[in-house]
Design a protein around this ligand. Structure first.
Ligand code: BGC
Length: 755
């Protein structure tokens, strides 16, 4: 008997009251039904995306009192690897650890788009880009689930800030919601098939996500069949939730309370028993599968040292080399002064429910000393005693000239980046900025090593020769950084978000975090690099950017860069430097709009590729199926709206090496309605001829159509092109509503390139 049949059999044996208890969970464990085997009806959850937060005591309120487990780099860090295979392996490692701790579901990945650089949980998220987020999180889910542990994809959807996260109402237009926010979830849900999805705290268009008709309907459209759980305490309208697909409250009312509530809803015909059965069937199926996996996969102790080394590998692939003017790599005999308390008290993860108690936390200074033979240390600043700062700075400045190199460990203090609140600015502590600025006047060979979960401002950027962005690199990040500094590893991380020059430059600046009730996503689809590129704004470092110790060259490998039949880009990458290295080849697409409207340039494919020094590799990158599509709000579907596109291939969104214009012969368009004007309609190929035929019986309308071709541009535009089908009706008595709808049907029928 399969899980569905078993679940249905169990459901038949339950009273409504018993069924109701299966809708809730007490803290980490779902409530079973007392008359049934608990093993078969309940399951255990644990946070999260960078390691396991398994409380020592089941109901411990100290969220940091957890069993030690490997603390991998934060998602903002590992997304910078742009390496799906690596992320799959990361999922596998976390899956093995979860199995060992008897965890049935990891509450990961969290994939909300980093709308503002201030977002408090940006370190928990992947990117500002839905395509990159979708590709990588799909692999993460596959990796975890390959070890028999369920993944919970979250937080669905538009949970892009911590401020008022439990009540804020997100006002976002339909096209933006689909193209910028829902898109990040679509692929992981369809291809990754997570066993669970967490509905977010916030509201979208006035309805809480856990009962939101519009957003939960998307899950049905994507044929999602698993559990839909609320974020902590985020169930608001159980009736609407159950009707729309919510299956589990975390934690929710239990025992008598939930039973009574459900009974009343059923008695008052607010929900019917089928709807209740449907919800709990999913939870039961999950529980049955979890119990099967518990028996099947033996949870032996894993090799913690190997997992620690893998955490280092992830960090090495993810750390980003932002600047290097002939300073790095260092030789092991170089004499180096390491400055900064963060070199002793390392910052390696963010705060809140993603916090992991690390198995073996490395110390950056010690890791530098393991490779370098002449490494000294001075604190330079104090993390907790501001009165000491001036003295510490003076000592560091006085000594800095005695060394060939100075490495400053700087960054955002621990408590600034956490769940529960957003950042107030993009600054690192002022004493660190001053220290770096003053050191830069004394020491030419300055190396800045940064620890932060999201972009920071760098007022000293032009005065320092070398910057390493460590992000939050996990328990083994310190050795990864030391290995990069000494050239044992060739860095290959690339930014998964833009670093703006200053906070005010970012597109959400005027609308973040919104008012007490609502936040308006006024920047629309122009999130992150899409905005910076469209407005040609000066930035610190672009999306997709990162240096290596080597150099790559891009060449066409075939006559045409874009193979439209196979939806592929083919090219050759040469490594013309003296180090073996990895490059991340990125493909962007921008529709060429016939009117003045500007369309965002978007990432549509990428590949990380290893190329040995002096050799080359042919690569082929599959383009996303939505490369040439947009979300059409009239039909409510993804479809091809434009005919011409530019395809760009580059090493980041601003360093474009190859490009090609792609032209589709057939005309296609967004769905036509009665309010489309003749000017826009006529931009579509063949439309003039088609409308001439349709207007044969409507001579006045035909006259206006002809006017669009008048030699006098004012007449052509204002008298012809501006007329809509609805306004023609006012001047042409022969044109009825019935005629208009027939014309529209006919025009739309001929345009059938719908997803
Ligand atoms: C967070 C979730 C987390 C849950 C359980 C909530 O505050 O938003 O991401 O999984 O707590 O710890």
């Amino acid at each position: 008997m399969d899980a569905t049949d078993m679940a249905r059999k169990i459901i038949k044996s339950l009273t409504i009251e018993e069924k109701a208890t299966l809708l809730s969970q007490v803290v980490w464990e779902t409530t079973g039904v007392s008359k049934l085997n608990k093993n078969l009806t309940s399951f255990l959850l644990a946070d999260k995306p960078a390691g396991i937060r398994r409380l020592k005591e089941y109901f411990d309120s100290d969220i940091y009192n957890t069993k030690p487990s490997t603390c991998y780099p934060s998602p903002s860090t590992y997304a910078s690897s742009w390496n799906g295979e690596l992320i799959y392996q990361l999922g596998q490692h976390i899956g093995v650890e979860a199995r060992y701790e008897n965890v049935d579901t990891m509450l990961a990945s969290a994939i909300n788009i980093k709308r503002s650089p201030l977002g408090g949980r940006n370190f928990e998220y992947y990117s500002k880009d839905p395509q990159l987020t979708a590709e990588l999180s799909t692999e993460f889910i596959r990796g975890i689930q390959s070890r028999g542990v369920g993944a919970c994809l979250k937080r669905f959807v538009a949970n892009n800030q911590e401020t008022r996260r439990m009540n804020i109402n997100v006002n976002v237009d339909e096209q933006t919601l689909n193209e910028a926010y829902l898109l990040a979830f679509e692929k992981p849900i369809k291809a990754g098939k997570p066993k669970m999805i967490m509905a977010a705290y916030n509201q979208v268009d006035g309805q809480f996500c856990a009962s939101n008709e519009k957003t939960l309907k998307k899950l049905k459209d994507w044929n999602y069949e698993g559990v839909v759980v609320t974020d902590c305490y985020a169930a608001h309208d159980l009736e609407l939730g159950i009707k729309n697909g919510l299956t589990l409250q975390m934690p929710g009312e239990t025992g008598k309370k939930i039973s009574e509530r459900i009974k009343i809803l059923i008695d008052n015909k607010k929900i019917n028993e089928d709807e209740l059965n449907h919800a709990i069937e999913k939870n039961l199926k999950f529980a049955l599968n979890a119990s099967y996996q518990r028996e099947k996969v033996i949870n032996t102790e894993y090799d913690r040292k190997k997992h620690h080394s893998f955490a280092r590998k992830v960090a090495e692939e993810s750390i980003i080399f932002l600047k290097n003017d002939h300073v790095l790599p260092l030789n092991k005999s170089d004499n180096v002064l390491v400055i900064g308390e963060l070199a002793k008290k390392t910052r390696f993860q963010g705060g809140g429910s993603s916090h992991v108690n690390p198995f073996k936390l490395e110390n950056p200074l010690e890791e530098m000393q393991k490779i370098g033979e002449n490494i000294d240390y001075l604190p330079g600043y104090s993390l907790c005693d501001p009165d000491k700062n001036e003295k510490l700075k003076q000592k560091a400045l006085a000594n800095s000239k005695k060394y060939d190199y100075v490495a400053v460990y700087a960054g955002v203090p621990d408590l600034v980046e956490s769940e529960g609140y957003d950042r107030k600015d993009l600054k690192i502590p002022e004493e660190q900025n001053i220290l770096i600025e003053e050191l830069s006047k004394k020491q030419n060979n300055l190396i800045i090593v940064l620890a932060n979960g999201a972009p920071i401002e760098m007022p000293w950027v032009n005065n320092v020769p070398s910057i390493i962005e460590g992000y939050l690199p996990g328990e083994a990040g310190a050795s990864a950084i030391a290995r990069i500094i000494f050239g044992k590893v060739n860095p290959s991380g690339r930014l998964a978000e833009t670093f703006p020059k200053k906070l005010e430059d970012n597109p959400s600046y005027l609308n973040f975090p919104g008012s007490t009730k609502a936040v308006r996503y006024a920047e629309g689809r122009f999130v992150g690099y899409k905005y910076y590129d469209a407005t040609k704004r000066e930035i610190l470092f672009p999306f997709g950017y990162g240096l290596t110790y080597t150099k790559f060259n891009y060449k066409k490998s075939e006559e045409k860069l874009v193979n439209l039949d196979q939806l592929r880009i083919n090219l050759t990458i040469e490594n013309i430097g003296s180090y073996d290295g990895k490059d991340v080849v990125q493909v962007y697409c921008q529709p060429i709009s016939m009117d003045q409207s500007l369309e965002p340039k978007k990432l549509v494919g990428f590949k990380k590729i290893k190329v040995a020094s002096g050799s080359d590799e042919n690569i082929s990158i599959k383009l996303d199926s939505k490369t040439f599509q947009n979300f059409d709000v009239i039909s409510g579907k993804w479809r091809q709206i434009f005919n011409e596109f530019k395809i760009f291939v580059g090493s980041n969104c601003r360093d474009i090496k190859l490009e090609q214009v792609v032209n589709f012969q057939e005309s296609s368009s967004s769905k036509i309605d009665a309010n489309c004007n003749l000017g826009d309609l006529l931009k579509q190929k063949g439309m003039y001829e088609r409308l001439s035929v349709s207007f044969q019986k409507h001579p006045k309308s035909l006259e206006f159509l002809e006017l669009t071709k008048d030699a006098d541009p004012i007449k052509a535009v204002s008298m012809g092109s501006l007329m809509t089908l609805n306004t023609l009706k006012r001047v042409d008595d022969t044109l009825t509503d019935q005629d208009i709808s027939e014309i529209i049907n006919d025009l739309n029928l001929k345009d059938e390139r719908v997803n």
